[in-house]
Design a protein around this ligand. Structure first.
Ligand SMILES: NC(=O)c1ccc[n+]([C@@H]2O[C@H](COP(=O)([O-])OP(=O)(O)OC[C@H]3O[C@@H](n4cnc5c(N)ncnc54)[C@H](OP(=O)(O)O)[C@@H]3O)[C@@H](O)[C@H]2O)c1
Length: 233
């Protein structure tokens, strides 16, 4: 996809990775529309990006997720790609997990991205793209993170089927499964204390890999554990 002039909805733009992706897309010439939960931070970013259209949503509310897609389509005159970068985490033993916390994890990490993509797909042209931020724990479910791992694994499984189903339409579905990155996500956990985590991976490398994926296509972006770098394939 040519990013210059591409119409891209970034969901979770108030987050660290979503914000950096939105800014990088804007700098690459894309016309971005933004969603996020925190209205004040969302409006500040929108102003910073030249008055980008922005719609506050709570991902737990599927109606607001669908409305945000429609608002982006209206504001941009269509949609070429969506990037879903919202997410929450929680920690603790699986046997002790709180039901309400587990529900929120799956609502934000799994169900809301599915709803958003379903709402966006009819608008995406041949050559359009869907980018989903899953996580490395989808491949390597991690102790003290059973529900987070399961919510991301479910999203990746769904993305894999969707990719095959929309291939004939020429739509790219890019499943991004980053390793730990220092964004403060773990300090905003819905519950529990984080276990010892590896050193954070380079944020800029992730942002560059996603933009490259939008330009060139691909199925996934994952960590090559030997090379300790992100690979797209
Ligand atoms: N950082 C990592 O180590 C890492 C590693 C692998 C994958 N990821 C994934 O990357 C994505 C971005 O994470 P990040 O590190 O950038 O974290 P972040 O800075 O905490 O961003 C999280 C985003 O999710 C949004 N969000 C949370 N609950 C929401 C809800 N109910 N409705 C709408 N938006 C909601 C936040 O909105 P507000 O700020 O407006 O509340 C924020 O925009 C997540 O999916 C995460 O799982 C992160």
């Amino acid at each position: 996809m040519e990013l210059q002039g591409a119409r891209v909805l970034v969901a979770g733009a108030t987050g660290v990775l979503g914000g950096e992706l939105a800014r990088a897309l804007h700098d690459a010439g894309a016309r971005v529309a933004l969603t996020g939960r925190d209205g004040d931070r969302l409006q500040a970013l929108a102003a910073d990006l030249g008055g980008a259209p922005a719609e506050a949503v709570d991902a737990v509310d599927v109606g607001s997720v669908r409305a945000a897609v429609q608002a982006a389509v209206t504001a941009l005159g269509g949609l070429d790609a969506v990037v879903v970068a919202w997410g929450v985490v929680a920690f603790g033993p699986a046997a002790d997990a709180d039901d309400a916390v587990t529900e929120e994890l799956f609502a934000v990490n799994t169900l809301a991205p599915m709803s958003l993509v379903r709402a966006a797909l009819p608008h995406l042209p041949d050559g359009g793209a869907v980018v989903l931020l899953s996580a490395i724990v989808a491949d390597a479910p991690t102790l003290q993170m059973a529900e987070y791992s399961a919510s991301k694994a479910a999203l990746s499984a769904w993305a894999g089927v969707l990719r095959r189903e929309v291939r004939s339409r020429g739509v790219t579905v890019l499943d991004v499964r980053p390793p730990h990155i220092d964004t403060g996500l773990v300090d905003r956990a819905l519950a529990g204390e984080p276990p010892r985590l590896p050193a954070g991976h380079d944020r800029a490398e992730l942002v560059a890999a996603v933009l490259e994926g939008l330009r060139e296509g691909g199925r996934e972006i994952v960590l090559d554990p030997r090379e300790k770098r992100l690979v797209r394939r």
